[in-house]
Ligand binder design. Structure first.
Ligand code: PLP
Length: 429
């Protein structure tokens, strides 16, 4: 190929990503149709009051044209109002909120706004995979700090909060070039909600070393233990924090691609500037629908119902692990559950394709589940560096944001695991 046709390094990584491996496994499985509990998209629609708002927005001339680059005023005001109880004041919609094309593009904009080549960004493993390319795009160097699973995770179901940070390890990761630190709470894939005390320790380090905090809070309406937003710890912490939100996660509409960042004007203005260069502005009619979603959510009891419904789905689905005696991390937030399958014995000589055979055991477990039972889940070592992948090689992540019937079908299929279970904690393959 001509040198000139060669793609740039930032898009030409050769390793097959987890999504294509799982999709390929699903297509190759004899158990059709596959029950897909892999990717975190919803298997049901947003509530009618939000869908209707989207349909009606399409009938309005101004909703089919460009929105202001920083977002539609109605949506920014609705977000300011909706978050006022948590911040203890109304954020200024013009200077402290900016609308983005999903949380993901919002985070890309934040990195584009503050990272120069060689600047370091600390992220915790496991990480949301898009952070990596978003940080590398402007030339950032990623510094990884692992979350440590509970020691007894292979034999006992324990709260996801027992995945912990080693704060000495975190402090050692900080250098004079550390520019940003990313946290995610409630956490994907672990299901951990960081405690106030943990957030305070992280914030103290960031204040001490003058590091910008990017707090990915896309699951902020799905928490089952007390949830603290790091920006609200103190006015000093607020000054260095960008908080990320997602209408896709809040309103069960991941395809709408509406997100936002909240933070002090001296940070938000540059995120807005980067966003303008990346995609100019975000989808107008769906911003309008999200504004109405926020305006009407309380009167429909939507936020309370969202928690009740997701907790129901979690306990409905996790009952299968209790039944099988398989331990998992009990989610404190979000809709993912990490299940420890160390007790599953994959038959010797199982025919894995080479690109799966060379990956950690969780990839083999995920492949095996798809082929033998027709249930797709995600191998979480994809969200770790190679050096730390072993930490989660026995775990597999399931997304429960699916209709109850689908969860029931998945449970029925997962009963088929019984014949592959051996005593928890030991491994022979
Ligand atoms: C932790 C985390 N952050 C961000 C996102 C992306 O959100 P959005 O769809 O709004 O871009 C996801 C989606 O899965 C996620 O899990």
């Amino acid at each position: 190929m001509s040198e000139k046709l060669k793609p740039a390094a930032r898009v030409s990584g050769s390793r097959q990503d987890v999504w294509s491996i799982i999709n390929e496994a699903a297509a190759a499985s004899p158990k059709q149709p596959i029950i897909n509990m892999g990717q975190g998209f919803f298997g049901y629609n947003p509530p009618d009051f939000i869908l209707d708002a989207a349909k009606q927005a399409l009938d309005r001339v101004e909703c089919n044209q460009y929105s202001p680059t920083k977002g539609r005023p109605r949506l920014k005001k609705a977000i300011s109002d909706a978050y006022a109880p948590f911040w203890g004041r109304k954020l200024n919609p013009d200077t402290e909120i900016t609308i983005t094309t999903g949380a993901n593009e919002g985070m890309l904009s934040a990195f584009m706004a503050f990272i120069e080549p060689g600047d370091e960004v600390i992220i915790f493993e496991p990480f949301f995979d898009q952070y990596i390319s978003n940080i590398e795009m402007p030339g950032g160097k990623i510094v990884y700090v692992p979350l440590h699973p509970p020691k007894e995770g292979a034999v006992k179901t324990l709260p996801a909060g027992e995945w912990t940070i080693d704060f000495d390890e975190l402090e050692r990761a900080i250098t004079p070039r550390t520019k940003m630190l990313v946290i995610n709470t409630p956490h994907n894939p672990v299901g951990k909600v960081f405690t106030r005390d943990e957030l305070q320790k992280i914030a103290d380090l960031c204040l001490k070393h003058k590091i910008i905090i990017l707090s990915d809070e896309v699951y902020d309406r799905l928490y089952y233990v007390p949830f603290t937003r790091i920006a609200t710890l103190s006015p000093e912490v607020e000054q260095i924090t960008l908080t990320v939100g997602s209408a896709g996660k809040n309103f069960y509409a991941t395809g709408w691609r509406v997100g936002w960042l909240m933070g002090p004007p001296h940070l938000i203005q540059y995120v807005s500037a980067a966003h303008t260069r990346i995609c100019y502005s975000s989808v107008s009619p769906l911003q309008e629908a999200c504004a109405i979603g926020f305006e009407q959510a309380e009167s429909h009891d939507f936020w309370t119902n969202a928690i009740t419904d997701m907790r129901h789905k979690l306990s409905l689905f996790n009952a299968i692990w209790d039944e099988l005696g398989v331990p998992y991390s009990e989610p404190e937030g979000g809709y993912f559950v990490m299940v420890n399958l160390s007790s599953v014995q994959i038959p010797g000589g199982y025919p894995f394709p080479p690109h799966v055979a060379e990956r950690p055991r969780d990839f083999k477990l995920a492949w095996f589940l798809i082929q033998e039972l027709g249930v797709a889940a995600i191998p979480p070592s994809e969200f770790f560096t190679d050096a730390n992948a072993h930490i989660v090689e026995d775990y597999v992540r399931f997304a429960v944001c699916k209709p109850d019937e689908v969860l029931e079908d998945a449970k029925e299929r997962l009963r088929g695991l019984k014949r592959y279970l051996k005593k928890a904690g030991s491994k022979t393959e």
